[in-house]
Design a binder for this molecule. Structure first.
Ligand SMILES: NC(=O)c1ccc[n+]([C@@H]2O[C@H](COP(=O)([O-])OP(=O)(O)OC[C@H]3O[C@@H](n4cnc5c(N)ncnc54)[C@H](O)[C@@H]3O)[C@@H](O)[C@H]2O)c1
Length: 261
């Protein structure tokens, strides 16, 4: 599906990192981008820069997501593109013994549920509501294409590290639901694909000390560096534009396979 001038698009998590790079890449084609994010300041700034709009949306909230789509559709028309990048993580062991005190504790259930709510259910919420909207559109080519959806999982959905039980479960869920959703939507001409990023140079990673970032870069087989958000955006654009790309979970990781820690 060619991204042409004025194609309406929605990017969740578009205020920062991978989502921001993708919002910029889609807008560079002339498309009209609505950014769904909780970070109002950064989201407004990016939206202004790319000639799009910002919608303050917490993907955990049904009301927020409904209001976001209503605002985006009123401004730009029904979106044909949805990219899901909103996401969070935490690092807590399933159960652990404190080295000093010997005290035993376990992963707080609320913290587990929170990550699943944002990364997995939040992604599904946006997909379901966007797909229902795309189904009202006329097909735009002889294949019967109506729209394209790209999700963001993580290599941690396949090789999660110590402390990543919740994060890996949430991303594994995104990986697992990609094919059945593509099958659910096949008769409607809506394609669904998922990217599994390795380690990318985003504000999330910039918080790490330089020696940690250097060690992470050294652990990538080739190229020996973190991924650039623009490289993520390039794959997202291919998934959107290549009409035969459907139902795929694709690693984008410089061949890294994560070690236990
Ligand atoms: N950076 C990496 O190395 C990496 C690796 C694998 C996967 N990922 C995934 O890529 C996605 C983007 O990560 P990033 O590195 O660009 O992070 P980032 O923190 O730079 O951007 C994430 C954006 O999502 C927004 N967000 C968070 N929770 C939200 C919610 N409930 N509702 C709406 N918006 C919300 C944040 O405000 C932020 O703007 C995430 O899903 C992350 O898990 C990142």
């Amino acid at each position: 599906m060619e991204v042409s001038s004025n194609t309406p698009a929605v990017v969740t998590g578009g205020a920062s990192g991978l989502g921001e790079a993708t919002a910029r890449a889609i807008a560079a084609k002339g498309a009209k981008v609505a950014i769904f994010d909780m970070n109002e300041e950064k989201g407004e700034a990016v939206a202004k820069d790319i000639g799009g709009i910002f919608c303050k949306v917490n993907v955990m909230s049904d009301e927020d997501v409904d209001a976001g789509f209503a605002k985006a559709r009123e401004a730009h028309g029904q979106e044909r593109i949805l990219v899901n990048c909103a996401g969070i993580g935490n690092a807590i062991k399933t159960a652990k013994r404190d080295k000093q005190t010997g005290e035993i504790s376990h992963f707080p259930m609320q913290a587990f549920e929170f990550v699943i709510q944002v990364n997995l259910i939040g992604t599904f919420r946006c997909i379901a509501k966007s797909a229902a909207g795309m189904m009202t559109l006329d097909p735009i080519n002889e294949d019967g294409a109506r729209g394209a959806i790209v999700n963001t999982a993580s290599v941690a959905g396949e090789d999660g590290q110590i402390g990543q039980a919740a994060y890996s479960a949430s991303k594994g869920g995104v990986i697992g639901m990609t094919l059945p959703i593509a099958r659910d939507l096949m008769q409607e001409g809506i394609r669904v694909n998922t990217i599994l990023p390795g380690i990318f140079n985003t504000p999330l990673m910039n918080a790490a000390p330089p020696q940690v970032k250097d060690a992470l870069a050294a652990s990538v087989p080739f190229p020996k560096r973190l991924g650039n958000p623009e490289e993520y955006a390039r794959l997202a654009m291919t998934m959107i534009e290549c009409g035969y790309f459907n139902g795929e979970d694709v690693r984008l990781d410089g061949a890294i396979r994560m070690a236990p820690r």
